[in-house]
Design a protein around this ligand. Structure first.
Ligand code: LLP
Length: 433
């Protein structure tokens, strides 16, 4: 338990942000996402302060795909971060949270006309351009509205970090961004650089997610900087921004050994400083886009234990009242999680169980072989580090309603996303008789 940022209170219950997890489960029902806001703030500050201490100009943009809700984006705004959105829905949420538009960056490999129009109408800070069709669409909108916009170009540096294949994005054979290998990036550069309504600021890449090695960030900084230096030599282009994306790994289980965020930032800054010195170019602003590392370890999910099935000599299944509908990561990426019984957090483990979700699907298993004290129906299971890509990837499989989310901070709890009702689940259905 030591590596998870939680305590055990006098009742022997798990406490998060000073609040008793069992009481939260009783008050709001289960499944329930609980977020420790002070930890979200701490994570934000770890990134921002390190850049500040190093005296380096930077923007830390929270990748809102990890967990987007109005309350979450308000906290991110309070912490003065920028924001990465990848869709009209995420942009809509940002505007609803009064996020300063100049600090919003729009991503996406297939941005629609409406998405780009909404971004340009709202004068957002930057569009990260992904492909040639998008350049045409942006161009068209800018002409039509006689507006200007800042852009970065997303490129694939041809790096394969050591993580799950589904969350690798910076390799050459990827749906994202312009290839650096075959002249595509150079062709796009000329279109963007010479465009009178586009302010081309520099390059972006995101190598992948849940990455523990800083070497790949240094390597991608080197590769991108070489390209920028080439454009400087040939066209006298001076890069203002180098965006190295997100992907900083977090600790889901004891085996995960992430570097501190400060160490990550230090290495990135050193790599960019070395490059800018060796090419005699001014130091660009460094942008990063952490998602998981801001919110992942700040969230836990509380479930109620229901039915149990023992297969003698094989294993004991215990089923909880959620599953792949609120956390699809184990089913999709074979992601591993750790958990405790919130109401028996002080008791020693005495049996091993495997935690099943309640979806009608064999693959709906949340945790295999979890050590717990003797378990009973109605115990509250708390799964750690579910803050990122849990609620944001939740779905309605089997017509489950999405759980509620609660923020806890300084001994207070506040509902920030309502639990869905079955009315919400069927609200778009139209009768056929
Ligand atoms: N920037 C870009 C351009 C991205 O594509 C992503 C994640 C991020 C930033 C944030 O990455 P992070 O710091 O959160 O690792 N659903 C998967 C993760 C997919 C991430 C996609 N892009 C999961 O549950 O592990």
């Amino acid at each position: 338990l030591d590596h998870h940022p939680y305590t055990i209170n006098e009742a022997g219950h798990l406490a998060i942000g000073g609040m008793d997890a069992v009481e939260l489960a009783n008050k709001y029902g289960t499944p329930l996402y609980v977020f420790d806001v002070s930890l979200i703030r701490e994570n934000c500050r770890a990134f921002v302060n390190t850049f500040q201490e190093l005296g380096v100009r930077a923007q830390v943009a929270y990748a809102s795909k990890a967990f987007s809700s109005v309350a979450m984006l308000q906290v991110i705004r309070q912490e003065n971060l920028s924001l990465d959105v990848v869709s009209q829905g995420e942009l809509y949420t940002a505007l609803l949270a009064d996020f300063p538009v100049k600090k919003i960056h729009l991503h996406g490999n297939n941005k629609s006309y409406e998405e780009l129009e909404m971004a340009i109408d709202n004068d957002i800070g930057c569009i990260v351009v992904d492909n040639f069709q998008e350049i045409d669409l942006i161009s068209h909108i800018l002409q039509e509205k006689d507006k200007t916009i800042s852009v970065l170009m997303r490129v694939t540096p041809g790096i394969e970090p050591n993580t799950h294949q589904y969350i690798v994005t910076g390799n050459e054979d990827s749906k994202f961004g312009f290839s650096l290998e075959n002249g595509q990036a150079d062709k796009a550069f000329l279109q963007l650089y010479e465009h009178e309504k586009i302010n081309f600021k520099g390059l972006h890449n995101h190598i992948g997610s849940q990455i523990f090695e800083t070497e790949v960030f240094q390597l991608s900084a080197d590769i991108l900087f070489h390209k920028l230096a080439e454009w400087h030599a040939e066209y006298n282009f001076v890069p203002e921004v180098l965006n190295l994306g997100g992907g900083f790994g977090i600790r889901y289980t004891e085996d995960d050994q992430p570097l501190s965020y400060a160490e990550h930032v230090n290495k990135i800054v050193t790599a960019v400083q070395d490059q800018s010195e060796s090419f005699n170019l001014p130091m660009p602003e460094i942008w990063i886009e952490p998602g998981r590392s801001i919110v992942g370890n700040a969230g836990i999910t509380l479930y109620s234990v229901g039915s149990m099935k023992e297969i003698p000599g094989v294993r004991k299944y215990i089923s909880v009242d959620g599953g792949m509908t609120d956390n699809i990561r184990p089913a999709l990426y074979q992601a591993k999680y750790e958990a405790v019984l919130a109401n028996k957090a002080a008791l020693p483990a005495s049996e091993s169980v495997s935690v099943a979700g309640k979806c009608c699907e064999s693959g709906d298993m949340l945790i295999w072989d979890l050590s717990v004290p003797e378990i009973d129906s109605d115990d509250i299971l708390a799964v750690f580090s579910t803050g990122a890509y849990g609620y944001s990837m939740a779905n309605h499989y089997n017509r489950f309603a999405k759980p509620a989310a609660v923020f806890v901070e300084d001994g207070n709890d506040k509902l920030v996303v309502k639990r869905e009702t079955y009315h919400d689940v069927v609200k778009n259905d139209i009768s056929y008789e």
